[in-house]
Design a protein around this ligand. Structure first.
Ligand SMILES: [Zn+2]
Length: 143
């Protein structure tokens, strides 16, 4: 990548990342407002029908999960912004190789290349790990 295009590219990526960060923070803000109204229900400060309370509790569980993934995303976006400042944007955090542009276009805050990401996915969410294990078993059988 030439120096000239790189400055323009950096500005574009930064704008896209900052926009995403603002959007995520606004969403997190909304979720925390909802969470505090749920706490009022839980502590009996607000009169509600039991069924409403139950569905709000279910929603709250979804919100908690959503908030967790929002926080992860915000930290990914912030990491991407600081890598951009450091001139290391688009570099895989695990293997150090450049992340393909197509991946960055779809996921500007990607921390890792697809290879490293899928290696991690095997160890992280159990359901994904199970699928990968089945895949490997299948390939062994068919090989
Ligand atoms: Zn990698």
């Amino acid at each position: 990548m030439s120096h000239r295009t790189s400055a323009r590219y950096t500005a574009l990526i930064r704008a896209r990342l900052e926009e995403e960060r603002d959007r995520l923070l606004a969403e997190a803000e909304q979720l925390s407002h909802r969470a505090s109204s749920c706490e009022q229900i839980a502590s009996g400060e607000r009169e509600t029908h039991p069924a409403d309370a139950a569905s709000e509790r279910a929603e709250r569980e979804i919100d908690v999960a959503r908030r967790g993934s929002l926080e992860t995303r915000v930290s990914d976006v912030e990491a991407a912004l600081s890598k951009l400042e450091a001139g290391q944007y688009g570099q895989c955090e695990d293997c150090g190789r450049p992340i393909p542009v197509a991946r960055l276009r779809a996921l500007p805050w990607a921390r890792r290349c697809i290879d490293c990401e899928s290696r991690r996915a095997v160890h992280q969410p159990p359901e994904l790990g199970a699928i990968h294990a089945q895949d490997r078993g299948f390939h062994r059988l068919s090989a």
